[in-house]
Design a protein around this ligand. Structure first.
Ligand code: GTP
Length: 360
């Protein structure tokens, strides 16, 4: 038996307004919650028992996943009354784990889409005799992330959170949000108080001389932290660039869920996802975008690299590029919204052309 813990309790403040009604890990990416993609990938790597560490809107997870049998795993829900942070959440689920003290336990951040070799990471953890193994990925500009330099034997040398300048970036390897813990290491995290695994647990393990190793993998990786990253993740899944067993055999230029209505002369491309009950009107052009259930893109509208929320309406001839439109919002005919704009749920924008500057 191999167990995994999914950390899904964050508020997802950077993804507002999408997370006003839905917790970030449950937002559909190519129509399927990120958590479901992760469970499917974990299952394919041999995981049979998944513990969901929830806090924000736990009922949304239970309603969707039930006991997990439909997904081929046993699912256990553990809810923090007060959010305990990443390390606190891992410690909080410990009484619900069944692994022995020296067994591996996988831990996933709930907002990461990855194609990394999960089974390979567990195997490397085992052969290297590690206490903890961290999945690392290389990025061009690592400033927004936690840097993790390693030595020739893959042993982690330091944890450097969000360096201020490129000159401070001693490595391009970042913490990619999937760990293999020796079970007993989880039990040793302080309980009953907030703990950051990145800022407290990992540095303390290094200081204590524990064997902490990095597993560098250059497969697909994306942190779904911001609205535009979320749109990208959906696009990459539809195009087949981000691997997920959930979409096997259904990838292509666009994915249209049965029940959506797309006019014969509308154009869908670039990994567009059209949810159930959504409507795309005549001559509309939708590229690299996600249309949630019941969204309406009227005739002649152009939607590029954007997310249109549940039941939201994009008026005829409107142009959206790099925009997030909240649930049931209305963008009136002819409006033009550009990169970075976010329209809050239920807001109606009139006929006047509106331009927003980038506010990512
Ligand atoms: P932002 O508010 O936009 O920064 O997002 P977030 O709240 O999800 O925080 P962050 O991206 O740093 O979290 C990384 C992962 O850990 C996400 O999958 C979160 O759901 C999860 N997480 C963060 N804090 C907690 C917590 O206190 N409890 C639990 N159970 N999970 C958490």
């Amino acid at each position: 038996m191999l167990e995994a813990v999914l950390l899904v309790g964050g508020q997802g403040t950077r993804l507002r307004p999408l997370t006003v009604t839905t917790p970030k890990p449950m937002l559909p990416v190519a129509g399927v919650p990120c958590t479901e993609h992760q469970i499917a990938r974990a299952r394919a790597a041999g995981v049979t028992r998944v513990v969901l560490g929830t806090s924000y809107k736990p009922e949304v997870f239970v309603e969707h996943f039930g006991d997990g049998s439909r997904y081929g795993v046993e699912l256990v829900y553990v809810t923090e009354e007060v959010p305990l942070g990443t390390g606190g959440a891992i410690r909080h689920v410990a009484p619900h784990l069944q692994s022995g003290p020296d067994d591996p336990v996988l831990v996933f951040n709930g907002d990461v889409l990855s194609g990394h070799d999960i089974a390979g990471q567990v195997e490397r953890w085992r052969t290297s005799g590690s206490d903890v193994s961290l999945y690392l990925t290389k990025v061009e500009d690592p400033r927004a992330y936690g840097l993790v330099p390693t030595d020739a034997e893959a042993r982690v040398q330091a944890f450097l959170e969000k360096p201020a300048t490129l000159a401070d970036c001693v490595t391009d390897q970042i913490n990619a949000g999937c760990y293999v813990f020796r079970r007993s290491v989880i039990d040793a995290i302080p309980s009953g108080r907030p703990v950051s695994v990145e800022r407290e647990t990992f540095p303390a393990l290094l200081a204590a001389g524990a064997t902490v190793t990095g597993f560098v993998d250059d497969g697909y990786w994306l942190d779904l932290g911001t609205p535009l990253a979320f749109v990208q993740g959906s696009r990459d899944l539809v195009l087949g660039l981000a691997p997920s067993p959930v979409l096997a055999g259904r990838t292509g230029d666009a994915l249209v869920i049965p029940g959506a209505e797309v006019a014969w002369d509308a154009t869908l491309s670039g990994g567009t996802f059209v949810g159930a009950g959504a409507t795309v009107g005549s001559r509309a052009v939708v590229t690299g975008s996600t249309l949630f259930e019941g969204a309406v893109v009227a005739a002649g509208a152009v939607v590029r690299d954007s997310a249109v929320g549940h039941g939201a309406i994009i008026g005829s001839g409107a142009v959206l590029e790099g925009v997030v439109v909240g649930d049931r919002a209305v963008v009136g005919p002819g409006n033009e919204l550009v990169r970075g704009a976010r329209v809050w749920p239920g807001v109606a924008l009139g006929d006047t052309a509106v331009r927003f500057s980038s506010d990512r």
